[in-house]
Write a protein that binds this ligand. Structure first.
Ligand SMILES: [Fe+2]
Length: 289
């Protein structure tokens, strides 16, 4: 088995504002020395989106690679898992419905994954197996920087606010996947801070998900949704963005406590797009107070 020294790892930041880091010269399917694994975790925590190029991971290797970063969260929607590897989910263009001749993907509109869980997954990772010739980018915005650049008065206003996140908000801009009755009964609702603090870096970040936030606790709905929309508009500006254009073999891991992400349905429905997907277990989110 090929071993990897830290010296062979090449890194390149992907934006001027520090969101995203590209890594080459690492084989995540090999036995990585502890120092390389630690370097990868450190880069992930700092840059929030880790892009490791030119990987060739089968499901078992993808599972092992995920464990460099944390413990694996079982899939919520069993119908999208690999039969032989139920911990590995898939994103396939063949599972997608079309509406009016246009593909409908899961994950449009910026969001953070499973924010209705009491312990939302700390990270989500994808590995590109087959890609369309164009389109299907994944966009990320840095909600740490977006928080840092809020006016001080706004920071004070939102410092201790909380929102109840449900499976699908009554004002969700997107339709969530249909759950079985049992999945529906098990779908959690959780109170989350609007501003969270990262457990490793200590950085504050906005924690928003317009698909799942059912208002803001203690505020009338009109005021709550106006505030959510104002924060969402602020956080999704292009100045906070990294747009990932997929290449075959890409392994991408993002930090759900530091970014929001969104999918794009702008590829040819006749072409095949297929990725493996895993999420990492998280912990209850901590607010500023
Ligand atoms: Fe997502």
């Amino acid at each position: 088995m090929k071993t990897m020294t830290r010296e062979r790892m090449q890194t390149q930041t992907l934006t001027d504002h520090g969101l995203g880091i590209e890594i080459r010269g690492v084989d995540l399917g090999s036995d990585l020395p502890a120092s390389v694994a630690q370097a990868l975790r450190d880069l992930w925590h700092e840059h929030a989106v880790l892009v490791v190029r030119e990987q060739r991971l089968d499901p078992a290797a993808f599972l092992r690679a995920a464990q460099i970063f944390g413990d694996i969260l079982p899939q919520q929607l069993g119908k999208f898992s690999l039969p032989d590897y139920p911990l590995v989910g898939t994103i396939s263009s063949r599972d997608l419905p079309t509406r009016d001749g246009k593909l409908h993907v899961r994950g449009e509109n910026y969001h953070t994954d499973h924010s209705n869980f009491r312990e939302p997954p700390m990270g989500t990772m994808l590995h590109a197996i087959e890609l369309p010739s164009r389109g299907g980018d994944t966009q990320f915005v840095d909600v740490r920087l977006a928080y840092d650049e809020l006016p001080e008065a706004m920071k004070a206003r939102i410092a201790t606010l909380r929102s109840t996140h449900v499976y699908e908000s009554s004002r969700s801009p997107r339709k969530m996947a249909v759950l079985s009755p049992q999945e529906r009964a098990e779908a959690a609702a959780s109170s989350q801070p609007i501003v969270i603090v990262h457990p490793v870096s200590g950085r504050a970040a906005l924690y928003l998900n317009t698909g799942r936030m059912e208002g803001i606790e203690g505020l009338p709905d009109d005021e709550a949704y106006a505030l959510i929309n104002a924060l969402y508009q602020h956080a999704t500006q292009p100045c906070y963005e990294y747009r990932h254009r997929w290449q075959p073999g890409d392994f991408v891991l993002w930090d759900n406590r530091s970014v929001m992400h969104q999918a794009n349905a702008d590829f040819d429905p006749q072409e095949f797009r297929y990725l493996y997907r895993l999420m990492l277990k998280g912990a209850p989110l901590r607010g500023l107070a």
